[in-house]
Design a binder for this molecule. Structure first.
Ligand code: MGD
Ligand code: MGD
Ligand code: SF4
Ligand code: MO
Length: 736
């Protein structure tokens, strides 16, 4: 007999609803959930593979401990105890700064990572916290922090109502979108065109997204900030609308950007002054327009400036916080910080030991991890905890990273696979499968282009003796702290504190509710479900424990498996500004101070070739290449190159070239493509499954090469600590 399970896909930011047809304990088929209030049946090839992930024989079912160089399976109690004791030993001998944590991307896609990393990192107590954010979106946090006072107040493009979408360095046809949660980007883009709107895509490669756009403009990698500055200048020259009083700094921004004109940036960007002026005019006169930048703009040396300038362009053209422009979602789960009138945002509260990088959101640049491990002295990192991350493939200079991992005195990995990173660990703690856990997108409800909320109960019960991932994280925290509290007691204490705080928040519908009554109600759940129930009920749409009877609670979401639609985005500024003065800062001084560095690129560059990355629909960063249906077919880890460039190098399609940067060298087959801007080559990341010590049987058959052997760990956006993964100068040569 078959049954059905409805759940949200946790693999990317699109949050598609899935319908799983089950036959006992196995998954027969996965389709898009036609009744999902947000995705309406949309699904991509990855979403159909959750059953294969669940069944993958390489997925670890039991914790591992390395003994005499070999991994052996052990019990959960033993594994957690050994992990905790190993970390404690280093902490006692060398102090907390000798510990480090790297937390990867899957943490934002699962409840455990979203809700239970904080107590674990607190238990570590080290300033050496690294994450995938600094190889990704940290520039956006920094620009939002400075402009709106809160790094999590990120405006998203209101693509369902805009008339003009200017996309820079984003390829949602492959990635399904990022920092703009919208299942079915292709359908939503077609809808813009269907209502007479226009989409312009700016990318050094004519990507699938660019082909689906109305216009594609080639841009030289790493120069988006200069181009956006010129657009702002051109819009302001033409007048621009009157801005609301709560936006401050327009005159300062205008003066500081004056040197960036459509003509002055033309040589550096490769975009003529005429085109820039035309785009500026189109953008300014479209009824509703929005500029949206992603990986291609953020993971460059000017990531923060580009992120700021995109929002500045939205602001000065009258498109910030208005329908069809860049808007702020109001998530069902709102952290207390996103209430109006905050403390503002600061970076650099402390600095990294070796590279002297400023702390950003309590993190150090991931690119700096290597030096913190390699460089002797007080505070040298000797033990590392990796949760859901693969720094051996995903961060710069990853050849050095791997050598550094080998130097560690102790390492723990929380990962379902013996990945290229986890294989270096002394203890590996695998979470249960993706289908054996509840799901809720804590982070992405704050980034949705339409306010929506969705909860998925576990599809299968986890094996009884397998710890949930949140139990692993709390168990580790307890073992590191050496506390006598049980995991359940720690969980209870955390939830009670959260509830107490929420009930004293005057903005909450639960304000003033008796804590004993509220606790009694939420405690029909435990673990992440209880935290979710608290946050839903005390959040902006919450039932307030009866104060707002039609409001949200976890039970309400359980009763609505296809999700609850909370409506289109609504203007929220100036209320949303968390700056102490309540204003939106258009010209943060630290950004103006960084402009001279940007102006230098106007002098031109002598690089012959520049490397950029790309994403591929059937891939997910470095970790889904072990699923046969996703990797079969023609070789995908190729270097895309314009035919004229190939001619000049004397290479033919399929031949290998050597690609050399100041960090390393790789060899990779060439794929010719008219879609490439001449002088620019493109290589996907996340490949390089050639490590015999990893246990990824399928991936190892199609290893590909690791593009992060080429990214340099010192090429960093100074404002955010974000790595430069796009726009890497390289030398190419034919391999004879
Ligand atoms: N050159 C280059 N490098 C890049 C990028 C690029 O565009 N170009 N992109 C960057 C970006 S945007 C990102 S987000 C990073 C990603 O970088 P990382 O987060 O470091 O790496 P992932 O490839 O996402 O690997 C995630 C690991 O988590 C494990 N995992 C999967 N599910 C779970 C789970 O539920 N729990 C736990 N504990 N573990 C799980 C996987 O097995 C895998 O080992 O890569 C970055 N690196
Ligand atoms: N299928 C699939 N989907 C994914 C992922 C995946 O690995 N595979 N990863 C997920 C993650 S973690 C993230 S962060 C998102 C990222 O989502 P996106 O940002 O949409 O994805 P990318 O494909 O990296 O798009 C970057 C684009 O920028 C272009 N580009 C490179 N350099 C420059 C530049 O200097 N300027 C401009 N204007 N463009 C440039 C590249 O050619 C590329 O087309 O995708 C998510 N979704
Ligand atoms: S687009 Fe993303 S969320 Fe939707 S099915 Fe594909 S991987 Fe899952
Ligand atoms: Mo990412």
């Amino acid at each position: 007999m078959t049954t059905t399970s409805i759940r949200t896909c946790p693999l990317c930011e699109a949050t598609c609803g899935l319908e799983l047809t089950l036959d006992g304990g196995s998954v027969k088929v996965i389709r898009g959930d036609q009744d999902d209030v947000f995705s309406h049946g949309f699904i991509c090839p990855k979403g159909t593979t959750l059953g294969r992930l669940h069944e993958d024989p390489d997925r670890l079912r039991q914790p591992l401990i390395k003994r005499n160089g070999e991994f052996v399976e052990v019990t959960w109690d033993e594994a957690i105890a050994v992990a905790g004791a190993g970390i404690r030993r280093i902490m006692d001998e060398h102090g907390a700064p000798s510990l480090a944590a790297y937390v990867g991307n899957p943490n934002v896609h699962n409840l455990a990572g979203s809700l239970y990393l904080r107590p674990l990192l607190k238990a570590l107590g080290s300033p050496n916290v690294f994450s995938a954010s600094t190889v990704d979106q940290m520039p956006k946090h920094v620009s939002s922090g400075a402009m709106f006072g809160n790094p999590d107040l990120i405006p998203v493009p209101d693509i369902d109502r805009t008339d003009y979408l200017l996309m820079l360095g984003a390829d949602p046809y492959e990635s399904n979108g990022s920092l703009a949660t919208a299942p079915d980007w292709p359908g939503r883009m077609q809808a813009i065109q269907g209502r007479g709107g226009k989409i312009v895509s700016v990318d050094p490669r004519k990507s699938k997204t660019a082909k689906a756009s109305d216009e594609h403009i080639f841009i030289k990698p790493g120069t988006d900030a200069a181009w956006l500055a010129a657009l702002v200048t051109a819009v302001l020259e033409a007048g621009g609308p009157d801005l609301p009083d709560f936006m401050t700094g327009l005159a300062e921004a205008k003066a500081a950007l004056a040197i960036f004109t459509p003509e002055s940036v033309a040589a550096a960007t490769g975009i003529s002054g005429d085109i820039t002026r035309r785009i500026a005019a189109e953008f300014a006169t479209a009824p509703r327009a929005v500029a949206y930048g992603r990986m291609g703009t953020h993971t460059t040396e000017f990531g923060t400036l580009a992120s700021w300038l995109a929002d500045l362009l939205n602001a000065v053209s009258g498109n910030l916080d208005v329908p069809g422009g860049a808007m702020f979602p109001l998530a069902a789960i709102v952290t207390p910080k996103t209430q109006p009138g905050g403390r503002g945002f600061q970076t650099g509260r402390y600095r990294s030991r070796v590279g002297d990088y400023p702390e950003v959101r309590g993190e150090m640049p991931s690119a700096a991890l290597v030096d913190e491990i390699e460089t002797p002295g007080a505070g040298q990192v000797r033990a590392l905890l990796v949760v859901g991350g693969n720094p051996a493939r995903s961060i710069p200079d990853s050849g050095r990273v791997e050598a550094a991992l080998d130097r560690l005195e102790f390492m723990v990995a929380v990962d379902p696979y013996l990945s290229e990173t986890a294989r270096h660990a002394d203890v590996v703690l695998p979470p249960p499968s993706v289908l054996e856990r509840a799901h809720f997108d804590v982070a992405f409800t704050s980034l949705m282009v339409r306010n929506t909320v969705n909860y998925s109960p576990p599809t299968f019960e986890k094996p009884e003796d397998h710890l949930s991932e949140w139990e692993i994280l709390l168990g580790l925290a307890a073992a590191i702290q050496g506390t006598d509290l049980s995991i359940d007691q720690m969980d209870e204490a955390g939830a009670a504190a959260l509830l107490a705080k929420a009930l004293t928040n005057p903005a909450s519908p639960a304000f003033g509710t008796d804590q004993v009554i509220a606790w009694d109600q939420v405690s029909r759940f435990t673990g992440p479900q209880r935290i979710l129930d608290i946050r839903l009920r005390t959040g902006p749409y919450g039932d307030g424990f009866g104060n707002n009877p039609d409001g949200l609670s976890l039970q309400r979401l359980i009763d609505h498996p296809h999700g609850v639609d909370l409506g289109a985005l609504e203007p929220g500024l100036p209320l949303a500004s968390n700056n102490p003065d309540g204003l939106v800062h258009l010209a943060p001084s630290q950004f103006l101070a960084d402009l001279p560095r940007l102006a230098k690129i106007l002098e031109g560059s002598s690089d012959t070739f520049v490397l950029v990355g790309r994403r591929q629909l059937r891939s997910n960063n470095s970790w889904m290449h072990n699923i046969e249906v996703l990797v079969k077919g023609k070789e995908r880890c190729t270097l895309l190159m314009h035919p004229a460039d190939a001619d000049s190098l004397g290479v033919a399609a399929g031949e290998s070239v050597s690609v050399r940067s100041d960090a390393g060298e790789i060899r990779v087959p060439v794929e010719l493509s008219d879609d490439m801007m001449p002088g620019v080559v493109s290589l996907p990341h996340g490949w390089g499954h050639d490590d015999p010590e990893a246990r990824l049987t399928v991936a190892a058959r199609r290893p590909g090469v690791n593009s992060n052997l080429l990214s340099n760990r010192t090429a960093i956006d100074p404002l955010s600590g974000n790595a430069r993964l796009n726009g890497i100068p390289v030398e190419l040569a034919r391999v004879s």
